[in-house]
Each structure stands twice: as C-alpha cells, then as structure tokens.
Design a protein around this ligand. Structure first.
Ligand code: ADP
Ligand code: MG
Length: 621
C-alpha cells in the first residue's frame, strides 16, 4: 500500500509545496543572477513600447536594480496581476507559443523576481490609471496611489534576500556588474531606436542616443571599430542574416565581440559561433572579429523557449543555419572585395549590360600599375598535352573576356598577341605590363595589385575555374576536349565505385573521361581530360567517383553540381604543383573571369589580399 500524505498530516513525507516555495524554485531557474533580472525587466519595457529606458544599479545589482521606462504602463487591475505567477498579457493560448512576436511571454519574470526580492512597481497608463505596489518576497506590503506620465518603474532591492544560498553563489560586484553591462549593451544594440541610459551608482556608464545601428555600435563598442565594419544583408533558404562584421583585415581586436540576435532577442548559439569562426579562419587563427548578426527565419524553424532564461535558441535545421550564416559572412567579404577591386567592378557592369538595362558601365579608373586583368590564350599545362589549343569548347569565359575589348576597359593584355581571337590592344590604351607573379611553396601565387599584395591559393582558384567550366559543359552540351591514351590504363572498381560509375558515365565522358568496362571489376581508361597528367589518371578516376559517392542525392541539379565539383577537384592544380609564369598569369586571368572568383567550389577562399594600409600597420608606420 502506498501512503500519500497531504500537507498538515504529521507523518507526511510528501508535501504539496506552498506557492511561496514554488515561486522561489521557479525564480531560481529564471533569475540566476542580477543580470537576468535586468534582462527580463528591459525586455518587458521594450514589449510595452518604450522609447526610453533607464537602468541604474548598485553593488552589481545585488543591492539595487532600477528599470524605468516610458512605455504604455499598467492600469491598476494589471498591476495587481503582473507579479503573480503565470500572468501575462502577451499569450492567450499554447498556440501562441509558436508565434513569437514579443520578447517573451512566460508570465514568469516579474513573479520570479518579486518572489526573491523587495520590489516596488510604479506604473501608470496614458489615461492616468495605475498605482504603486510594494512587495516583499512576492507578498504585498503596501499599496499607494501613483500619478505620473505613462510608463513603468521597477525598483528591485536586495535580490536573493530570502535565498541566502544563491546569494553566496553570486560573483563579485564587478563581475555581476559586467554581466549587467553586457545585457544592457546587447539590448541597446538590438534596439538602436530606443534611448538607453545606464548608470552604476551615480555614474553614467552608457548612453545610447536613438539612431542607426552603426552609430549605436559606435556607442557600444567604440567608434574606431564601428566605422570599419561591413554591413551584412543576406538571405538564403528563408533565413535572413543582417548586421555588421569586421572586415577580414580588421580582426585583431582585443576582444571577440560577438552579438547574436534572433528577431532582436539576444541569443547564444554554438552553431552560429562555429559558422562565424570558420568563415574567419582563413584570415588567421588569432582572429578576433566583431560580429553583430541578426537572424530571422520562419517561426517553425526555431525555438527560443528551450531554456527558462531564454538564452539559447534551438534550430530545427542546424546545418542550414550554419551554412547560411557562413555564406552570409563570406558573401559580405566578397562584396567588400568587389567594391575594392577595379577588376570585379568591370564584371559587375558587364552583368548589367547583359540584362539589357541601359548599360551605364561605371568603370572605376584604375591606377596605371593596377588591375590584374589580362587575357591569355590557353596554354598546355604539361608537356604531355600537345594539341589543347585547337579545341577549346569552353566559351563562357571567352565571351566574358571579350567584353574587355571595350575601349573603356582598356587593359586587355595578351601574352601572345595575335593568337586566337584576342583583339589587338587599342593604340590609345596605356601600355601595361602584367604584374610579376611568383609561387610560394609551389602552392600559392603572389603578386602585386592596386591594393597591395594579392595571394592566390592555386588549387582553390583553379578548382573555381574548372568547376564553372564543367558546369557549363554539363549544362550546355559540347564536350570538353580529352586526350586519348595510347595504352589504355586498367583500373579496378569497388562495388560502390561501379555503382556510381554507372550513374555518371555519360557526364564523365562529356568531361573528358572515357572509361569502358573490361571484365569483372576491371575497367579501362581510354581517355582523360587534356589538362590532366597521365600519371594522375587512375587516382583521378577513383577520386572523382569517391567525391560523387559522397552525396547520395538524386536531384539532377545536385548531381551535376557534384560531378562538376569532383571534376574540378581532380583536375585542378594541386598544392605542390610547380607552375610556369604563363600558367600563373593564365590562372589569374581566368579566375577573374569566373562568376565567383573569390570562392572555391567548396566555399574556401581563393585569394587573399594584404593591403598597403595593412602592410604599413604591420611595419608600424
Ligand atoms: P511576460 O513578459 O512573459 O508576459 P512577465 O512576468 O515578464 O511576463 O510580465 C508579466 C506582465 O506584466 C506582462 O505581460 C505585462 O502585461 C506586464 N508588464 C511587465 N512589465 C511591464 C512594463 N515595463 N510595462 C508595462 N507592462 C508590464
Ligand atoms: Mg517578460
């Protein structure tokens, strides 16, 4: 027999908890420290439509927290409800939980804070309805009349006064104060349109004047840092990312300022943090960028009510969020580079001409020594290839490059004038010598351009060129040229490879790999892409099939993309390949003619720039 005794019976072991205890326990979950109380109170002020919020603390918020707003205020009736548990004016049904619009509607915050402090609420609506309540541990001590303009002031004294254990777990005045400042700054950044005043004791610590996000950032993290930040505005797969981030050249801040928001609510997210660090990784492991990112996505894609303090956000599709944030940052870098590079400006105006819009090319005048724009004829990559020039079925890049023959562009350089269909430079165009390029560790190509030093990752860059070439071929028909092998190479396929092979055989052939069944698991390679050295043929076919196998996806568009990626990876210059000067020049020229010159097909950066400014800084000019 199970004995369940109810409160009041002497021998009872199980008790029904009083409301007071329930509130205290709940309070501990929602209000971990003074900063959590400040966060909740400010959020309520924002929900109440405040345009001005004042926060004042004493002793790290342990002795006093005051949050005053000019929001819509509460009438007497609401005032008498707001401090009770599960009271909210913002949520009518469980369904509303999935349509988050406000800063939280658990109806727990005020009750929780009230339960563990001495709280004075002074509030009034526009109509003058309102009052003042003085509570201690959630119980009314006193009720007063209150008349003032509309708005609400919460005064919290002696937080955790009745939960001594919690109190002892709090940090020092300084550390709790720092957390409060963090909350104030984050909220202020999320709401640059609201006036914020933050005081510690009598000392004004932060003042936020209503304005643009960038000026709010200047107030919050310093105008020197804020003025160089790049604006982010990117949408992919229904996820919108906006805000500001450090340019790749300004990542040596003292602190890694990372401000993340989901619909203006500050959040923490390991996934996003990782997406950010990965995007900055190529620019140095010690990168300390400033990143201020606002995310938005359909309601069903995220949940912020996972944690009682609503700090963490859970995404329905973590991988997607990772990718989109990562892309958003890289896209911003790319736009920045485009804005700075005279070459890429040219391609932007070409796109404009293509659309049939009134072509108003805005060629950016480049200094005489600048702009790595040059057109070179195709040159064989290796000595094993003798007749590559005669059939070059790739026309997209050529079309693009031909546009440079417009006199305005004026910088068409042929390394071998007269070859192919390269137009002769117009007599009026300034003489131009290609920059001297050299290889570092047979892996990177370095050269000077208008901005300073340009460093290209030869594998990433070549992959980009070949990837777009392969895509064009697979999508528009004509085959890429290949070299027939005098002696076919025999190759063994695994079961998996056999299966992949049978599904991509046609595309393989278009890209220059002709492979035939020989018997059993053995196949023979009859021809390979012209540019591929024979020594790499077998490995290349294996690699190609492996890469294709990785995406077990049947969407034809994805298959094409996978094949193009695999082909580019296999055929591209590898790290360690020694390149001739003309190969380097050709690579640069072709890279600049691609649609996305700054990214490899796998999303890695293809080039890096060290500007003259940065060089000067490094040398402490
Ligand atoms: P929630 O914000 O989830 O609704 P809270 O416990 O934080 O729950 O607040 C309870 C209610 O008190 C709110 O729904 C709102 O009606 C009222 N309230 C709290 N703070 C303010 C404020 N600064 N101005 C106006 N109303 C407020
Ligand atoms: Mg609230």
């Amino acid at each position: 027999m199970v004995n369940v005794y109810i409160l009041g019976m002497k021998s009872a072991e199980i008790h029904i908890l009083t409301d007071e205890i329930i509130n205290k326990i709940a309070a501990g979950e929602v209000i971990e420290r003074p900063a959590s109380a400040v966060k909740e109170l400010i959020e309520n002020s924002i929900d109440a439509g405040a345009t001005r919020i004042q926060v004042q603390i004493e002793q790290g918020g342990k002795k006093k927290i005051l949050v005053a707003d000019n929001g819509k205020g509460m009438g007497k009736e609401d005032l008498n409800l707001c401090y009770l548990r599960h009271t909210t004016s913002k949520l009518q049904s469980a369904d509303d939980l999935f349509h988050l619009q406000t800063n939280g509607f658990r109806g727990e915050a005020v009750a929780s804070i009230a339960a563990i402090s001495k709280m004075t609420i002074s509030t009034a609506t526009e109509d003058g309805d309102g009052g003042r309540l003085i509570l201690k541990g959630g119980n009314i001590e006193d009720e007063q009349t209150y008349t003032s303009g509309h708005g609400t002031t919460f005064l919290i004294e002696d937080l955790f006064f009745n939960t001594p254990v919690r109190r002892t777990f709090l940090g020092s005045e300084t550390s709790e104060g720092t957390r409060i400042l963090d909350v104030v700054l984050k909220t202020a950044i999320a709401h640059p349109e609201i006036r914020f005043d933050y005081k510690v004791g009598d000392k004004a610590v932060f003042i936020g004047v209503p304005g643009e996000l960038r000026s709010r950032l200047a107030e919050a993290i310093g105008s020197g840092v804020a003025k160089n930040l790049l604006p982010v505005d990117y949408t992919e797969a229904g996820v919108h990312v906006s805000g500001y981030i450090s340019p790749t050249t300004e990542t040596n801040g003292k602190r890694h300022h990372q401000f993340l928001f989901m619909r203006k609510r500050p959040i923490e997210s390991k996934v996003i943090a990782k997406a950010i660090s990965q995007a900055y990784e190529p620019y140095g492991a010690q990168c300390k960028p400033v990143t201020v990112l606002f995310l938005d996505m359909p309601d069903q894609e995220f949940d912020v009510n996972v944690h009682p303090a609503k700090r963490e956000v859970r995404f329905a599709n973590q991988n997607l969020v990772f990718l989109v944030v990562n892309h958003a940052i890289r896209d911003t870098f790319q736009k920045d580079l485009e804005a700075k590079s005279p070459f890429i400006d040219l391609s932007a105006s070409m796109v404009q001409a293509d659309t049939g819009d009134a072509p108003v090319p805005q060629y950016q005048a480049a200094p005489a020594y600048s702009a790595p724009i040059y057109k070179t004829p195709e040159v064989p990559r290796t000595n094993e290839v003798s007749d590559r020039q005669k059939t070059n079925s790739y026309s997209v890049a050529d079309d693009v490059q031909d546009l440079f023959s417009q006199p305005e562009a004026g910088k068409i350089i042929s390394l071998e004038p007269g070859q192919g269909n390269v137009p002769e430079p117009k007599p009026e165009s300034a003489p131009w010598t290609p920059p001297t390029l050299f290889q570092i560790a047979n892996t990177y190509i370095a050269g000077e351009d208008a901005e300073g030093l340009l460093i290209i990752d030869q594998h990433a860059a070549h992959s980009r060129i070949l990837y777009e070439r392969a895509l064009a071929t697979l999508e528009n028909g004509s085959d890429l040229d290949s070299q027939e092998l005098l002696f076919p190479e025999l190759i063994e396929f695994s079961k998996m490879e056999k299966q992949v092979f049978s599904s991509v055989e046609m595309q393989l052939k278009k890209l220059g790999f002709f492979v035939e069944h020989f018997g059993g698991d053995t196949f023979q390679i009859r021809s390979i892409p012209s540019a591929l050295p024979l020594s790499r043929a077998i490995k290349a076919v294996h690699q190609f099939l492996d890469s294709c196998a990785e995406t077990g996806d049947a969407d034809p568009k994805h298959i094409t993309d996978t094949i193009a990626k695999a082909w580019s990876k296999t055929n591209a210059y590898q790290a360690g390949d020694k390149l001739k000067p003309e190969e380097m020049a050709q690579l640069m020229g072709q890279l600049m003619s691609t649609e996305e010159p700054l990214k490899s097909p796998y999303g890695a950066p293809t080039l890096m720039r060290i500007t003259l400014d940065e060089l000067a800084k490094k040398f402490k000019h």
